[in-house]
Write a protein that binds this ligand. Sequence first.
Ligand SMILES: [Zn+2]
Length: 416
Amino acid sequence: MTPLTSSSKFKGVDILLTSQWPRGVWHYANNPEVNTKLCGSNSIASLADKLKPRYHFAALEGAHYERLPYRNHVVLQENAQHVSRFIALAAVNNPAKKKYLYAFNIIPMKTIDPAELVKQPQDVTENPYRCPTKDKMDTQKTAFSATEEEEPANQYFFDLSKKQGGGSRGHGRKRHSDGDGRGRDQQHHQGQPKQPRRHPQPSGPCWFCLASPQVEKHLVISIGTHCYLALAKGGLTPRHVLILPIGHYQSVVDLSSEVVEEMEKYKSALRKFYKSKGERCVLFERNYRSQHLQLQVVPVPLNRCATEDIKEAFMVQAQEQQMEMMEIPEHTDLKQIAPPGTPYFYVELDSGEKLFYRIQKHFPLQFGREVLASEAVLNIPTRADWKECKQSKEEEEESCKQLRDDFQPYDFTWDE
Ligand SMILES: [Zn+2]
């Protein structure tokens, strides 16, 4: 008999029921109210990892826990697969009134539309069972942010946390010291827990999360509610900028609607700004080998070339490298052709025309710059590589200040 999972047709199972919890299911996610040092079985974890259940229910611990959904594929390396949800329920009629019933709708994997099946919810996390090693993960987490830190499990019964204050909560419930107040407040209400909602978090230090210490703040031009504008480091031209989400999002297709809306506001403000300088606006995004979305915005002088020429340059240079770039209808939602997790390269021209390339195996990281720097467009081939265009910090500060002043009349964040 060959094992089920060795078949290439095997995608996963709809529902898995186990008594024990899988060991480590809480990695990369919200913490359960159980002693994580002692809870769970490694065999169940390995079973769940192989079977890829869409819903995995477990009991035994007398606790209610809904883990954030996790991925079954490796982003940028494998095709998108469905996500798994782990739900633990407490005992029926437990006196603490913890949740013991869970109602849900499910369309079986056999009949669901494949695109629908692999849709990635916004709060999806990495696979907890493929966490390299426990120690490694904790170091990584600590390195990034203190809010992610787990309390050592041996302090569970004797809570030494300073934030505990009065100490009247000594009945074994863990609390998080949640620095920025985002999400993670499920501990405060027994019985009717909220669906855990958490902003996506980077898996390591990020240069573009505005709150991260690595951000080069002297490059920031404007800050909105969800997005910010920064001078491109080693930009192609002095007005080459980036629109970035303030929080950690990997690509445009991962953004929530408020973020998209503000990104559009920045785009239209920049278009007007460039127009006043006699320039047209070209935008591109590479969702490949990048953690945090950077929408590159490069102005091209109107008298240098027409939109058609820029489009042609992208098409021709892509073809030369055996990449099939396609034009997509103006109002296409990128999410429909690139579900989250799909690597792609995307260009938006000032006419509203959009070009799209689904990255297959390799992609020249500087492609967007190379095309725009080429003879056909800006004709500054030596500036294709940003490292060749690096400025000193003083020069960057100066350029940024200049740009901030010039852009200000178009900056909607000043009106609000
Ligand atoms: Zn980030």
